[in-house]
Ligand binder design. Structure first.
Ligand code: CA
Ligand code: CA
Ligand code: CA
Length: 296
């Protein structure tokens, strides 16, 4: 009789549940091992296990739904924290009221779009971007740091940095913009800033960690236009933190508005769960076929 191994034998082996194999069982196992060769006797025996029959579909369902849950629950993850702009340079917050005397108020998001008109994107979802049309455009929105930096992308999230444009001006008096062509970016891409010789990637895993922070981008979607009739509803606001060891986590150093794209999470986790569910389903249904009177 086949050796099911020591670990898990009590759970998977039909012997542990039926205790004996009668002649019909043996004939069927023999058929399975000698016909088409696609399903072994051991597979048939697994499939005949009442526990496998009961929990096999349940396991597949759990794997499949956990993939969906994992994708959906990303919106519930903790967002990257944003600090008040520090008590120097008189800068405004990205969002919320700055408490320090002399710093500008209201916030950058309130000034540009109205805080009630924007919705935070979870920081597990703004790592990568896909096109929602034939092309995407990006433009400067604000700068509250000592110098500008080229904004660009990594095609398909890999390879070499491709700069798109460098914003001019500072504070709210900024200029510049550019186009992101799917031919250049690939179907999905990561965004990046090259500031002071350092590349800051929208995917934190692609950044070189330093003591203060590894996620340099927070993203908001424009969802309304109350008090701001020119808001481009559906577009996204990209708010970057730069500065290396001088990082202050105020995330309004370089701010852009991008349209024609949608943020997406890195596909690794979802892909693995989907593959696991498909594999489990394949094994289960192949084994079920062999529990019938003939093996196919
Ligand atoms: Ca982020
Ligand atoms: Ca900063
Ligand atoms: Ca700043």
């Amino acid at each position: 009789m086949a050796d099911y191994g020591k670990i898990g034998a009590a759970f998977l082996s039909p012997i542990s549940h039926t205790h004996t194999l009668n002649n019909d069982h043996m004939r069927e196992l023999s058929n399975c091992s000698t016909r088409s060769g696609s399903v072994s006797a051991r597979s048939s025996a697994y499939a005949r296990s009442p526990i496998w029959r009961l929990f096999g579909p349940l396991a597949i369902l759990i794997l499949a739904t956990s993939g969906i849950w994992g994708f959906a629950s990303r919106s519930d993850a903790a967002p990257t924290p944003i600090s008040n702009s520090p008590d120097n340079n008189d800068e405004p917050n990205l969002i919320g009221t700055n408490p320090f005397p002399g710093n500008l108020n209201p916030s950058v998001l309130e000034t540009l779009y109205g805080e009630l008109n924007v919705a935070r994107i979870d920081d597990l979802q703004d790592t990568r971007f896909i096109h929602t049309g034939s092309g995407a455009s990006v433009k400067a929105a604000a700068r509250f740091t000592i110098s500008a930096a080229p904004l660009g992308f990594f095609p398909n999230g890999t390879g070499s940095f491709v700069p798109v444009f460098t914003m001019g001006g500072n504070n709210y008096a900024v200029t510049g913009g550019g186009v992101l062509d799917p031919v250049d970016t690939g179907p999905s891409f990561t965004l990046a800033l090259r500031f002071g010789g350092t590349l800051y990637n929208s995917n934190p895993a692609a950044n070189v960690p330093h003591p203060n922070i590894i996620d340099h981008l927070v993203t908001y979607q424009i969802v309304g236009n109350s008090g701001h009739p020119n808001n481009a509803i559906g577009a996204y606001v990209l708010a970057w933190e730069v500065g290396g060891s001088n990082t202050d986590n105020d995330y309004q150093d370089l701010v852009y508005e991008i349209s024609g794209v949608s943020p997406v999470p890195e596909p690794t986790s979802l892909l693995l769960l989907t593959v696991a569910a498909l594999l489990a389903a394949t094994i289960y249904f192949r084994q079920c076929r062999c529990t019938r009177s003939t093996c196919r």
